[in-house]
Design a protein around this ligand. Structure first.
Ligand SMILES: [Zn+2]
Length: 331
């Protein structure tokens, strides 16, 4: 299943935000799937459009500290967004933000964000019911307990897992993070939680582990399995990922796997900070198929998140995976 809700689009341009992640990656992925002959006529079989969930303060408090979480619901909301989306530099200048171009006040982004985050929970429920769901959204893995950075004010993966655990719907969960950047927030939040296993394959020297943060910064907290990939080592990427899956398979089987299928390791990604990892289209397609087949083989339901992907073309990665995966499931 694919889950999409137009109300989760963050619509950065209307807030004067110039982060090059575009809502069009969701609509372009859907258009490609709708125009796919193999999926023709199967619309109601693969797409769920719209959901009612939105996170409340109580939902955030399962992961975030009171002071940080409550700020999203009072006058500190803009402050939370400015720091999470990194809109102001340490010298006070604006970073990828032109408030003079905004048509809406920044605080109006909060309900969109809380809905986008809650979609990960809804999609988890669909994945648990049907075996597979790809949510067009989510993957904000740089969100921590007390702060957000790297365009991630909150961590949707952690929020969904903690809600599902409170409801006793799941216990063991694997987080398989394939985004180019290290999944630092997720690793830190679940560092002391044995039932959640975190795996992150990422740029060995890219932000947030590029030395720009202090040595005791929580971004350095390791995942259960970290696979740092150096520039030029791309040809070993798939082999190393496969070895990590063998290691996962030797442990207890989880109730759910959450895959952050970021498109930003792609060589054509438009964010300068992803340039240390350059997988070809073929390699990134193999990455997704390998992951899907591994989870299918061991019979673990999987939720896939769009995660990072910058520029006009990142939707092509998600469309290629979903065309293959949905044809396999519906065929
Ligand atoms: Zn990323």
């Amino acid at each position: 299943m694919v889950l999409f809700d137009k109300r989760t689009e963050l619509d950065f341009p209307s807030f004067g935000i110039e982060i090059p992640t575009f809502d069009s990656k969701k609509s372009n992925t859907l258009s490609a799937l709708s125009g796919n002959r193999k999926l023709e006529g199967a619309g109601s079989n693969w797409l769920i459009e719209g959901f009612e969930d939105i996170y409340t303060l109580n939902d955030l408090l399962r992961v975030n500290a009171w002071d940080y979480a409550s700020g999203f619901f009072d006058l500190r909301a803009e402050e939370r967004l400015i720091s999470g989306f990194e809109l102001i530099n340490s010298d006070g200048t604006h970073n990828r933000w032109k408030p003079e171009n905004a048509s809406k006040p920044l605080r109006d982004l909060v309900p969109r964000l809380l809905k986008m985050e809650a979609g990960t929970y809804r999609a988890s429920r669909i994945a648990l019911d049907t075996g597979f769901c790809h949510y067009l959204g989510g993957g904000a893995h740089h969100g921590h307990r007390d702060f957000g950075h790297g365009f991630c004010p909150l961590n949707d993966t952690a929020l969904a897992i903690c809600k599902l655990q409170t409801e006793r719907v799941v216990n063991g969960v694997w987080v398989i993070d394939l985004d180019a950047h290290k999944g630092d927030g997720t690793a830190a939040i679940f560092a002391d939680r044995k039932e959640v296993t975190t795996l992150s394959i990422h740029m060995a020297r890219g932000w947030p582990i590029d030395g720009s943060l202090s040595n005791n910064h929580p971004s350095w907290i390791p995942s259960d399995i970290d696979i740092p990939v150096e520039s030029g080592e791309e040809q070993r990427y798939l082999e190393r990922l496969e070895m990590a899956y063998k290691k996962l398979e030797s442990g207890p089987k989880p109730d759910l796997a959450i895959v952050l299928a970021g498109a930003d390791p792609w060589e054509n990604d438009a964010l300068p900070s992803t340039k240390l990892l350059n997988l070809s289209f073929e390699e990134i397609t193999q990455r997704d198929r390998l992951t899907y087949l591994f989870l299918e083989h061991i019979g673990v339901p999987s939720l896939w998140l769009t995660a990072g992907g910058y520029g006009e073309n990142s939707w092509q990665i998600h469309a290629a995976f979903l065309e293959w995966a949905l044809a396999r499931r519906l065929g």
